[in-house]
Design a binder for this molecule. Structure first.
Ligand SMILES: [Zn+2]
Length: 262
């Protein structure tokens, strides 16, 4: 499993039967401060620009908005299996699946999509590409162990964690993510202090990608089956929007995964 940076996206080669990609800020039509590939309707950008940007980012994988499913994300740990009946929900902003930060599907007709600022995108499939999954993990979702929740639901469908393949995409890195006591305490309580490094008496650097790797490994995913892009959205503002570095009035990226039609 490898990844590569193209103009408008970071592509994860998780499996030959799976397409998985994460958008950059390049190759879209939005004006500053949303330049150029903003994928969120909720930040003040023109809806017509977002429509076109969403069309373009799906077209990079030969898919279109009719297949896309995007939920209303709430930084929780709810994960849901979706079927063909959900196709199109949230694709243009309307009728998203409610309050869900993780999606799973075994249908090749569905493209799973989630929006990201600095949170961690986690791409999932298995060695036989029987399903695909996509998770959104900020500090709250990480402390609520959304990745463990996903593995539990996948196991319930008869797929062993030992067969899982995971990709951890671009997010705010430990170089740029300073947290305070409440976040520190929530992470320590959930998974221990391994992903935290002290900055001063009251602040820590949090490695959210590493934290999610730890959760996946403890849930039974093999370390060698987890790929991290290692890209920081805060450091790479040439490639990405960063909520933490640029404030609320900036764009949002998208993560996408689907089974290729057979
Ligand atoms: Zn950084």
């Amino acid at each position: 499993m490898r990844f590569r940076v193209e103009e408008s996206r970071v592509v994860f080669d998780v499996h030959p039967s799976v397409s998985a990609w994460f958008s950059t800020r390049r190759g879209g039509v939005s004006a500053p401060p949303f330049d150029t590939l903003n994928l969120s309707y909720g930040v003040g950008d023109a809806a017509s620009a977002v429509n076109e940007n969403r069309r373009r980012i799906l077209d990079t994988a030969g898919r279109d908005l009719a297949d896309l499913v995007m939920p209303h994300q709430v930084h929780g740990n709810r994960v849901e299996w979706v079927t063909d009946a959900a196709r199109g929900r949230g694709a243009r902003g309307a009728q998203p699946i409610e309050a869900t930060d993780g999606l799973l599907t075994d249908s090749p007709h569905v493209v799973l999509g989630l929006g990201f600022a600095d949170c961690v995108p986690i791409f999932l499939t298995d060695r036989e590409a029987r399903f695909v999954g996509l998770l959104h993990a900020g500090w709250r979702g990480t402390a609520a162990k959304i990745a463990e929740r996903a593995v539990t639901l996948i196991k319930a469908r008869g797929i062993s964690p030992a067969d899982l393949l995971a990709g951890i995409g671009p997010s705010i890195g430990p170089c740029c993510y300073e947290v305070d006591q409440p976040v520190h305490d929530a992470i320590v309580q959930a998974i221990g202090d391994q992903p935290l490094a002290p900055k001063d008496a009251r602040h820590w650097w949090l490695d959210l990608q590493g934290a999610n790797r730890l959760i996946l490994e403890r849930a039974g995913v093999w370390p060698e089956h987890i790929l991290e892009a290692g890209l920081c959205t805060g450091c790479r503002r040439d490639l990405f929007f960063s909520y933490r570095m640029e404030g609320r009035r900036t764009g949002r990226m998208g993560g996408y995964i689907c089974l290729n039609a057979r």
